[in-house]
Ligand binder design. Structure first.
Ligand code: GLC
Length: 571
């Protein structure tokens, strides 16, 4: 048996500690959280009514998806006014009340910042399209190349990244939907206006920003054609572009650094090296979301194709990020968000082991190094929803891709693509929060804007509250565990069985004034029983938590049931 020396980091220096490292973030997608007025859309008063629930989980921070004025083509990621609240959600007074109610519960509020693009309805775009001299360079306008668009870049939502505008008689760039034109960050006036917006919200007392696709702001000079074979054509010319560091550093120096707030960047195609420079001591951000673990179930690197996933690959990715940012930078840990299908339906077993696998996946997230994010409903073990027709879908991305697939010669009708589209659609994350085993899951008294997952009579907060074995109550235990063990926040990570195909075993170790705190996490990621020899030395061991009813304190040889998770403390 191999034995591993544990590393200790000699305690946590005061300047290494930060509230946002010790926090657990709960993400709320307000459209689908709680509807107070029966119009079928979630709103701020509904959310305020449910704050005690969020607080009862032990969450420290709420990240709220966009609630600004928007035509809602991409559910609020197409903003038409950065400084007002969309009627769908309520008023600025409701928002002020929300902030103060969050603070009254000792939680913090992080808002979404979407400044790579605006909506076509934004006043800046309207003026730009008319050629108003002050705004003509606020967006990226180009002449076509012959009859076609200026270059071969693709929109993330499918099709060309350029749309011809009759009024301006030119093409504008949109890396997402055609209703989301990219801002021209080269223009100093754009940067000034965005920084002012950021400051305006910070002055209102918010506690940070989640920054939408923030490493896409800088586009390469001359907008050259991209490699036609890459997953996202053109991305080598707009991801981590030439001036991105300059823009983010300026945002930090001029605005963010004047406030005690947290910042998390959403960064497609991020590497560990880049993450270090964005989130290290001198970097502009606190942490960043990368996507590598969300692609394990792609087939041939294609998002709209489903493949088998492999635990060793998850271990390799996780260890690379855990070790890579151990000294410099900070991780943001997540499985789900409003863009990702439900994790139980991807990496767990929603049919035979829904509870067990939901708890196992939660144990993983909450015992790693980095700030954990929980997406609404994840703490219930919510699953993907059945999508039997495009008419039921609301996600512009899934709808565009479904239509594009049907236009190819490979597929004739929706049933041919249903499995893939249903599995991958972002709508899976956006079905209403399941509060009660009653009509519309207690989300609304009206007609919900998107279908309710039919399993709400089995998966819902009301029943979970009453059940000591529920996923919800297990999440509460996990948050308590993290709260009471500094090693889970600041400890070193060490993968003890990198080559095991189905069991993931790691330690988190922290040297403290009272001695070494060491936790051992043992996770069986699949549906077969497994026995593992755990290569670790210790004097005493005690089992702190498991998703099965266990009282065995010896972690040396462990027989694990399907999807079993255990966390031990070693001394
Ligand atoms: C981010 C958001 C996503 C949105 C896209 C365009 O990826 O998370 O929901 O569609 O950016 O703003």
């Amino acid at each position: 048996m191999t034995t591993y020396e544990t590393r200790t980091n000699g305690g946590v220096a005061d300047d290494e500690r930060a509230w946002w490292k010790e926090a657990v973030v709960y993400q709320i997608y307000p459209r689908s959280f709680a509807d107070s007025d029966g119009d079928g859309f979630g709103d701020l008063p509904g959310l305020i009514n449910r704050l005690d629930y969020v607080s009862s989980l032990g969450a420290d921070v709420i990240w709220l998806n966009p609630i600004y004025d928007s035509p809602q083509r991409d559910n609020g990621y197409d903003i038409s006014d950065y400084q007002s609240i969309d009627d769908e959600y309520g008023t600025m007074d409701d928002w002020e009340e929300l902030l103060s109610e969050i603070h009254a519960r000792d939680m913090k509020l992080v808002m979404d910042l979407v400044v790579n693009h605006t909506s076509v309805d934004h006043e800046w775009f309207q003026k730009s399209r008319r050629g108003d001299p002050e705004y003509e360079d606020y967006y990226i306008w180009r002449e076509g190349d012959g009859d076609g668009p200026p270059n071969n870049w693709q929109s993330f939502f499918g099709g060309s990244a350029w749309t011809y505008d009759e009024e301006r008689e030119a093409y504008y760039l949109h890396l997402y939907d055609t209703s989301q034109p990219d801002l021209n960050w080269e223009n100093e006036a754009v940067r000034r206006d965005v920084f002012e917006t950021i400051e305006w919200w910070l002055e209102k007392g918010i506690d940070g920003f989640r920054m939408d696709v923030i490493n896409l702001l800088s586009k390469a000079d001359g907008l050259p054609d991209g490699d036609p074979d890459s997953e996202w054509v053109g991305s080598e010319h707009f991801i981590d572009g030439p001036r991105i560091t300059e823009y983010l550093d300026a945002m930090d120096e001029q605005v963010l650094s004047n406030y005690d707030v947290m910042t998390v960047g959403e960064m497609p195609q991020l590497s560990v090296e880049q993450a270090k420079s964005y989130t290290g001591t001198d970097g502009p951000l606190d942490m960043a979301f990368h996507f590598q673990h969300t692609k394990l179930d792609y087939a041939e690197n294609q998002r709209w194709a489903i493949g088998e996933w492999d635990l060793e690959e998850l271990k390799e990715i996780t260890s690379r990020w855990q070790n890579g940012l151990a000294e410099e930078g900070w991780n943001a840990i997540y499985w789900e968000n409003h863009d990702q299908p439900r994790v139980v339906s991807r990496y767990g077993d929603p049919v035979n082991y829904r509870r067990e696998s939901a708890k196992l996946l939660g144990t993983f997230s909450l015992t790693l190094s980095g700030t954990p994010y929980i997406y609404q409903g994840q703490e219930l073990g919510m699953t993907n929803s059945p999508w039997t027709s495009i008419a039921d879908m609301r996600d512009v991305d899934a709808i565009n891709h479904a239509k594009a697939l049907l236009e190819t010669d490979d597929y004739d009708e929706y049933t041919d693509i249903q499995d893939t589209i249903s599995y991958r659609s972002r709508d899976n994350a956006r079905t209403p929060m399941q509060w009660e085993p009653s009509e519309n899951a207690g989300f609304t008294e009206g007609d919900p804007w998107i279908q309710v997952n039919p399993n709400y009579d089995e998966v819902n907060v009301g029943d979970a509250e009453d059940d000591p074995d529920s996923v919800l109550n297990y999440y509460r235990d996990l948050l308590d565990l993290r709260d009471s063990h500094d090693a889970l926040v600041y400890g070193d990570y060490c993968d003890l069985l990198p080559d095991h195909e189905s069991v993931y075993v790691y330690t988190r170790t922290l040297g403290t004034a009272e001695g070494t705190e060491r936790l051992l996490v043992v996770l069986n990621f699949f549906g077969d029983e497994e026995t593992v020899e755990v290569p670790v030395k210790f004097e005493t061991a005690s089992l702190l938590l498991s998703n099965y009813d266990r009282d065995d304190d010896d972690p040396t040889t462990v027989t694990l049931a399907p999807y079993e998770a255990r966390v031990y403390e070693l001394r």
